[in-house]
Design a protein. Structure first.
Length: 266
């Protein structure tokens, strides 16, 4: 299994998909308990949701599961949200705080580093290369990092998550025009709820690549899974009708960002 899949486009938008992969190497899978084997914390079908949504968009997708190693965490293991419950670079618990490994089989530091080199590093090498390629062509590259999560996860946040959760690390990872274009459209999307820089302010990917002064803009979109899944539990089935409806505002968002790109060219 290749760590990463790249679908190249000729436009200014790069879609990052770090958590839709479900591949777990057999030696790791054998150590997962029943909770881990469920792979519940997958960003289910996010790659399918965004596929062919915007002509010319590039997609960079991690094929491995986040339980192997999390492609949206700092490779040094630094917490994204100090003082809050969150998952780590190489998770040993799920989003409900429950162990995912059989006792005593959790990865040691040397194994975590080996996984980082085998999986995390190739994904970011590919993502970084695509952003450089796009910026060279357009003078700007806009990374739209695609995520989803269950709408109710008490271990991570209180209450019910809004449908659209836009993250720009409090406005630092992209130009104000990009943030405004996305937020304006999420707020106007009929039948959906939204928030800017709420519980999810943008993961390591958004924060690492978002360097507006250099022509690299990054924004994270965390979708509540009830917007496009039939159920937020097994079998995590894709709901064609929900997805069809959701793709309308998503297309509007991505089209607006592509239209903005020339004015942001460095």
């Amino acid at each position: 299994m290749q760590p990463v899949e790249v679908i190249q486009g000729d436009g200014p938008i790069v879609l990052g998909v770090p958590h839709a992969g479900t591949f777990v190497p057999e030696d790791i899978r054998a150590r997962l308990n029943n909770t881990g084997l469920k792979l519940a914390d997958t960003d289910w079908h996010v790659d399918r949701l965004y596929a062919d949504l915007l002509p010319g968009a590039t997609m960079v997708k991690a094929n491995f599961h986040r339980y192997v190693i999390d492609a949206n965490r700092d490779p040094e293991g630094v917490s994204l949200y100090p003082g809050q419950n969150t998952t780590t670079l190489c998770p040993v618990t799920d989003f409900d705080g429950r162990p995912i490994y059989h006792t005593g089989t959790e990865p040691e530091p040397h194994e975590i580093e080996a996984r980082r080199l085998a999986w995390h590093a190739p994904y970011h090498a590919a993502l970084g290369a695509e952003l450089e390629r796009v910026r060279a062509r357009h003078g700007v590259a806009i990374l739209y990092d695609c995520h989803s999560i269950r709408s109710v996860v008490p271990f991570l946040f209180e209450g019910v998550l809004p449908d659209f959760n836009t993250g720009t690390n409090t406005g630092t990872t992209c130009a104000p025009e990009i943030e405004a274009a996305v937020v304006g459209r999420t707020e106007a999307a009929e039948g959906y709820t939204s928030v800017l820089n709420g519980r999810f302010k943008g993961g390591w990917t958004t924060r690492h690549y978002g360097r507006p002064a250099e022509g690299f803009h990054a924004i994270q979109m965390e979708l509540a899974q009830k917007t496009h899944l039939a159920t937020e539990d097994t079998p995590f089935a894709y709901d064609e009708e929900k997805a069809k409806q959701l793709r309308v505002p998503l297309n509007d968002i991505l089209s607006a960002l592509a239209d903005l790109a020339p004015s942001l060219s460095t």
